[in-house]
Design a protein around this ligand. Sequence first.
Ligand code: ADP
Ligand code: MG
Length: 268
Amino acid sequence: MPGVQADKKQPPAAPSRPAPSVHVRGLRAFYGRAERVKGIDLDLPANEVTAIIGPSGCGKSTMIRCINRLHEEIAGARSEGRVLLDSVNIYDPAVDVIAVRRAIGMVFQRPNPFPAMSIFDNVAAGPRLSGVRRERLRQRVQDALESAGLWHEVHDRLSQPALALSGGQQQRLCIARALAVEPEVILMDEPCSALDPTATLRIEELLDDLKSRVTIAIVTHNMQQAARVADRTAFLLDGELIEVGPTQEIFTTPRDRRTEDYVTGKFG
Ligand SMILES: Nc1ncnc2c1ncn2[C@@H]1O[C@H](COP(=O)(O)OP(=O)(O)O)[C@@H](O)[C@H]1O
Ligand SMILES: [Mg+2]
């Protein structure tokens, strides 16, 4: 995680460098006194897509917000436990939380481009903050938009308002915005739930390309989507991790009865 240990400056990562793995250990999360994530151990293997499924309210969003330290921004919210990025605990007091969020990007349920900004400025915002110079900025923006599968649709109107884009394009813009700071891990919280099937497919196709560069976790309530995109799937229920394994196994031969009941639609 470049920049996280302030004293160890590393050269920029080569594109072929494997992404880190993430190891969640003994994670508990609270809102006030209510414990909503109850001691989760979960690995996100490097360069894989891990889907997180489970009924509404089971703690999926809360858990992934803990993976890039966004949970603690909510008033009255706190967490316990460790989240290791390779071997660095992102909750170590010596770790810079801004560097954590640069290394571990997030895409939310509803596309949320910066409303007053152009397409270009949305993607450039992060790199500008981290000091990327003007002469390199344009290329960085183009690379991110290409990786997000949006460049061909917007290259001739980069100065138009981001909100002029369709919902699906806005979500890919948000993915480009996340990619522009060159994260190592991307967390996606139901990124397609506000999109139509065509726009959803575009995002699903992207994940396959992106995982050669980043480690991905995607929360989804759509089990077909998990089956299509995820190498591994984790099933959460009432703040606990019930089962995690290769996606195929979770859907066809789960070990836990509760997983089976959920994936076969007995409750939801
Ligand atoms: N900001 C919050 N304040 C208090 N409780 C919250 C907050 N956000 C979520 N919760 C509660 O935490 C539990 C888990 O919510 P969440 O992580 O959003 O679940 P999921 O993403 O699986 O639907 C729910 O009981 C929800 O009501
Ligand atoms: Mg949620």
